[in-house]
Design a protein around this ligand. Sequence first.
Ligand code: GLN
Length: 189
Amino acid sequence: MAFGVLAIQGDVREHLEALRRAGVEAQAVRTPAEVAAAHGLVIPGGESTTIGKLVARFGLMEPIRGLVREGRPLMGTCAGMILMAKTIRAAANDQPALGVMDIAVERNAFGRQVDSFEADLEVKGIEGGPVRAVFIRAPVMSAVDNGVDVLATHEGRIVAARQGNMLALAFHPELTEDSRLHDYFVKMG
Ligand code: GLN
């Protein structure tokens, strides 16, 4: 069975290519049945309020929560990370979210003046030197509970973390040729 990339918004094709470079089959998913059949799931970046509303409208909230409960891997990048969080700061009032990971996130945490930037990050569990991370109107994790392993920080702020079969990244690993984070993710299952 293939890994899925949630195809509502964001860099779907880039995530599919990175997963294939990591050696697994990958396909775009959009329906409850496709999520239920996926070996694992990536939720790309985009606009978290929009993605959350469409996840709810397409009936995908419960299938994605079920995937997590069953131990299949889930990775959220940027807006995807926001949707995974149990607590969202600076949330739109009607922002629907999955609420599966014991983290608090702050949206647009780097401020309006810094729309996007790149940084080299040491990531726990990733061998072979730093990862070039692309941040686009990025959130940060402002708090993590016990049981959440912080994998990377940028200027003291948490930008990558893992809890069991869940991986949350504030940046966009699909936008570089480096697929070490996708390699890491596909081995989490
Ligand atoms: N700022 C967006 C949000 O809050 C996330 C940006 C992104 O995914 N690149 O939803």
